[in-house]
Design a protein around this ligand. Structure first.
Ligand code: OGA
Ligand code: MN
Length: 308
């Protein structure tokens, strides 16, 4: 059903790539601030660009912001190494790309103007492997169970295990393009029903949300490119027998997460990664001793529109 990938590319990891850096003239990026962004792209068959020469803790010039936004649209995710960000500064950086969504369902006890924590720490503050069973460790797009799911996510590495603790990303726009015409015809117009963890944590705000449905093939509002929209919270296909829908979703997810559509980010403290949830899947990888080492990340999401 899917075309064999042409030619089989090795899965590149960031620090093994040889792509020469493209220097963006400072007039087009740093402007009067006297600094210039440098972009290396793509960093993997799944897209991605690495951007250096910019300090994300300070407000971006319009030119730098436009350059970053355009590079994100062109490459679907960006890596910014060696950043020093407080939770407030990450929030302020993220807010330059749209309205930052409240975390925790907007509960009044949650601060809205900071990045929130994503960790492997239990309620007592001890590292735990129970998170390996959670949604973050399965292929997903962020909060697709909302009627208006987030467009972008920023994730920042604060404390990492000595090795492992990677995040993998899969490019569902490249994966969609690689489907054969029969499959593209078969899935055109289908809608996916999403619900948070199928309500497996009663009492948690998202489990109280009713299911929503979105197009299985969504069109990017800014690039016009189509991408598969699916992942861990996708339960079934509207109007299709439950088994048949689940099997189709499994097949498409297996297709989209083949190594030649994915990139494994090996974090270093100070890395900030931003990805486009409208055409990317991601998940944390349990390739570290989760009961021994702390993995502390800071995260924000930018509101998106209704998928079409
Ligand atoms: C997230 C997420 C993965 C990770 O924050 O949305 O899925 O590697 N994180 O921590
Ligand atoms: Mn996520």
């Amino acid at each position: 059903m899917t075309k064999a990938p042409t030619p089989t590319l090795p899965r590149l990891r960031r620090r093994e790539t040889q792509t020469p850096a493209i220097a963006i003239p400072s007039a087009a990026s740093g402007g009067g601030l006297g600094w210039g962004l440098s972009v290396s792209a793509p960093i993997s068959p799944a897209g991605g660009a690495e951007i250096t020469g910019v300090d994300l803790s300070r407000p971006l010039s319009d030119a730098a912001q436009n350059c970053i936004h355009q590079t994100l649209l062109n490459h679907q995710f960006l890596v910014f190494p060696d950043q020093m960000l407080t939770r407030e500064q990450q929030y302020a950086f993220t807010a330059q790309f749209g309205e930052v969504e409240a975390h925790g369902g907007g509960r009044p006890d949650k601060r809205r103007d900071v990045a929130h924590l994503t960790t492997n720490l239990d309620a007592d503050g001890n590292p735990s492997d129970r998170f390996a069973k959670g949604a973050n460790y399965r292929w997903h797009t962020d909060k697709p169970y909302y009627a208006t799911p987030p467009a972008l996510t920023t994730l920042y590495a604060v404390e990492l295990p000595p090795s492992g603790g990677d995040t993998e990303l899969a490019n569902t726009r490249v994966a969609y393009d690689a489907l054969d015409d029969d499959m593209k015809r078969r899935i055109a117009g289908l809608r996916v029903v999403f619900q948070w963890e199928a309500g497996r944590r009663p009492g948690y705000y998202a489990s109280e949300l009713p299911p929503v449905d979105h197009p299985l093939v969504r069109t990017h509002p800014e690039t016009g490119k189509r991408a598969l929209y699916l992942g861990h919270h996708a339960l079934r296909i509207l109007g299709m027998a439950e088994d048949e829908g689940a099997a189709l979703l499994d097949t498409l997810l297996a297709h989209a997460t083949q190594p030649h559509f994915t990139y494994a980010h090996r974090w270093r403290p100070g890395d900030l990664v931003i990805w486009d949830n409208r055409c990317m899947l991601h998940h944390a990888v349990a390739n570290y001793e989760m009961t021994r080492y702390r993995r502390i990340m800071h995260r924000n999401v930018v509101k998106g529109g209704v998928p079409f």
